[in-house]
Design a binder for this molecule. Sequence first.
Ligand code: AMP
Length: 544
Amino acid sequence: MLFREFSAICQQIEVIRGRLEIIDLISQRLPALSDEELPVFVRFIMGRIFPDWSPEKLMIGPNLLYEGVAYVVGTKKETVIETINRTGDIGKAVELLLAEKEQTSFFSEELELVTVYHEFEKIADTGGKKSQREKLLVVRKLLANASPLEGRYLARIMLEDLRIGVGEGSIREAVARAFLIDSGIVEHAVQALNDLGYVAQLAKTGEAALRDVHISPFHPVKMMLAQQGSIMSAIAENGTIAAEYKYDGSRFQFHRQGGQSKLYSRKLEDVTNALPDVLAILNESTTTDIILDGEVIAMKEGKPLPFQAVLRRFRRKHGISKMQEEVQLFPNVFDILYLNGETLIDLPLMERRKRLETAVSGHIAPQLVSNDPAVVEAFYHRALDAGHEGIMIKAPESPYTPGMRGKNWIKIKPEVDTLDLAVVGAEWGEGKRAHYFGSFLLACQKNGELITLSKVATGFSDEQLAEAYDLLHDRIITKAGKEVRFEPGLIFEVGYSELQVSSNYPGGFALRFPRFIRIRDDKDITEIETLDSIRERYMRQPNS
Ligand code: AMP
């Protein structure tokens, strides 16, 4: 498939909008794709490049892209930024600029879909100064051969934000329909393999291949997630439940095979090098080929330290041994997904627990099994007294469902009014904070779109502002006066006193007295609060 054809499909989808029609259109295109094209097409159309399990990242920031565009169209970077400000979208801006250039030149070489992917592979994750130059050369080469419409989608894919509204659910449906396979089987295969592209390839060979999927070490799967609930309703639903402390740390997945081992974060980044102490503890507690799920916490004198201390260790690239002395980390293992070649996710929790207890010695999170609300309530209070966040209640018969948030895992913690929101913009600070951002614009989500909801300017220490600056300055997309807009990706947890109905923001709500609580860079943008859940919270307020 030519990238030109792919771009035409994207353009068609962009104007359709209706989910069923989109699924239909994609499913019709899939069967004709070659084995090599199929996974690339499937990932690109979702705005992704590499398999979800892969720690490979393109890491082309907006700045590098602007430079590449400016070079190819023979203009200044400022003109590119100006055009983005005018059109409100990097894709449309690149299209416009390439169209102006096209009148004076011809693009020389037709881009193939898979060639574009191979170019991306070349520049992924190469790190270091020289690589910026290599990346720039590839960006220039691709854009120089792109028609204006191709430029629109190339630019967006390079920033891994295609904005045509095709989510994983739609693609799963399209794959199921294209190859006449039950969508439940497709979904299960995606959970285990964590790469919809490869799943599509298997689906093409037939249902049997998809039924027989296995998890493999060093291909991390998405973490199973929890939803809110109550002890009473969880017991009413399940009879007997399993409860564990809810540790306030950071999620990890530990993979070990043939004496080699790795650690992954909640976002499936490879954090092995940042956490040598945790790795050593886990390597000592098990000698088999295994995949474990758990939470790392920081402890000092027997008490857990705030979660921020853990995150800082996860992010650390230099001075790791000094940090190790300052912040000691301990893993708490609560699940097992794979043991010696066997995939365990479909076994009931209690069966997995048995395997866990035989395969791992020490560092397993204690578990209470009970059908008595009073006993579980007492366990909850013990958890809080020990400085943990609350408890997790799990359905004993439930499988491990990667990436799913459902009622098989219920979190019980004291009611706090905080929201996880995406940072989409900021204003520069003043006075001694002039080199940092001082106030941040935050957004929730609705059907995958970001909806601004609040600004937050209080609750930051100087250190936190410096940290926020470090994490955000590479994400600047546009600048206007004192204001900047970011490529969304970073998440803040913010507190507030009340939700108010407001016409100041497009979602119709605003936060009263918003204050910064902490950076949640362990969370993914898809995990931010939805407008629906904010509306529900509003309805629960006593005076609403
Ligand atoms: P939340 O981040 O508030 O949605 O809570 C879910 C998170 O709690 C999980 O993603 C884990 O990182 C964390 N967690 C802490 N203890 C446990 C536990 N015993 N079982 C499962 N998740 C846990």
